[in-house]
Design a protein around this ligand. Structure first.
Ligand code: ADP
Ligand code: MG
Length: 265
């Protein structure tokens, strides 16, 4: 399908656009030309089997990895890349990278909270020490955010004393504190005991309803169906199928997608 045939084009400002992204680790080509677009307020759910390249895709978008080829735009601004002399790419403009990094927030499967800091310290660290915002102002905002994710009472606790669900909610609070323009979630509930999944999904659902732009890698198919504007199914480093949740889940074209859906439900 050509871009101009897509009715989703041109209707909302673009938040994150990935165009023909390739990524190799040595001889292993993990992403083989992935293109996708998240417009402001959209939730793009990325699904696919283990090893299909979902995390690598998010890590490239968040500039934790450098693609071998392709383009990434964040809010219409293309990330400048240049050859790294080793058949890959590297940042061409460090200042730009630092600036764009602060517009995207990533939430990882294993929370990745700073263990030696309290929840409050985790939440205010980047706004105060990286973004250089006023501490008092950031603390006031952090209190609101911690209330929102139900952790205000735990603000002085260290991560090790919290449940997985609480730690992940704290990680989401930390992500919100940088006032990101888009949030990237990499299987945010996969490391949780089943009884703790719901409390984290509730927070993410609330953010989706508020109109946050999100790229969400998840194995929670019913949740993806509920919150996503679009589903992207990755298989072996390529977009095998994409579309509206109802279409993708109720009427998958790809046999692989059909199998994948029945295997995770
Ligand atoms: P998914 O998140 O869909 O499970 P990943 O993006 O984590 O998939 O991984 C895709 C493939 O890339 C896997 O085969 C994985 O082993 C490989 N891979 C990921 N990161 C690296 C790395 N840093 N070095 C080498 N291979 C990697
Ligand atoms: Mg992964």
């Amino acid at each position: 399908m050509k871009a101009e045939d897509n009715p989703r084009d041109g209707d909302l400002a673009e938040a994150v656009t990935v165009d023909d992204l390739h990524k190799s680790f040595g001889d292993l080509e993990v992403l083989k030309g992935v293109s996708l677009k998240a417009r402001q307020g959209e939730v793009i759910a990325i699904i696919g089997g283990s090893g299909s390249g979902k995390s690598t895709l998010l890590r490239c978008i968040n500039m934790l990895e450098w693609p071998t080829r392709g383009r990434i735009r964040v809010h219409g601004e293309e990330i400048a890349m240049k050859p790294d002399g080793n058949s890959g790419l590297m940042p061409a403009n460090r200042k730009q990278i630092q600036r764009i990094r602060t517009r995207l927030a990533m939430v990882f499967q294993n929370f990745n909270l700073w263990q030696h800091m309290t929840l409050m310290q985790n939440v205010i660290e980047v706004p105060v020490h990286v973004l250089g915002r006023k501490r008092d102002e950031v603390i006031a905002e952090a209190e609101t955010i911690l209330r929102r994710v139900g952790l205000y009472e735990k603000r002085d606790a260290y991560p090790a004393f919290l449940s997985g669900g609480q730690q992940q909610r704290a990680a989401i609070a930390r992500a919100l504190a940088i006032q990101p323009e888009a949030m990237l979630f990499d299987e945010p509930t996969s490391a949780l005991d089943p009884e703790l999944v719901g409390e984290v999904l509730t927070v993410i659902r609330d953010l989706a309803e508020e109109g946050r732009t999100m790229l969400l890698v998840t194995h929670e198919m019913s949740f993806a169906r509920e919150v996503a504007s679009e589903i992207v199914f990755l298989h072996d480093g390529r977009v095998e199928e994409q579309g509206a949740p109802q279409t993708v889940f109720d009427n998958p074209e790809s046999e692989r997608l059909r199998k994948f859906i029945s295997s995770v439900q």
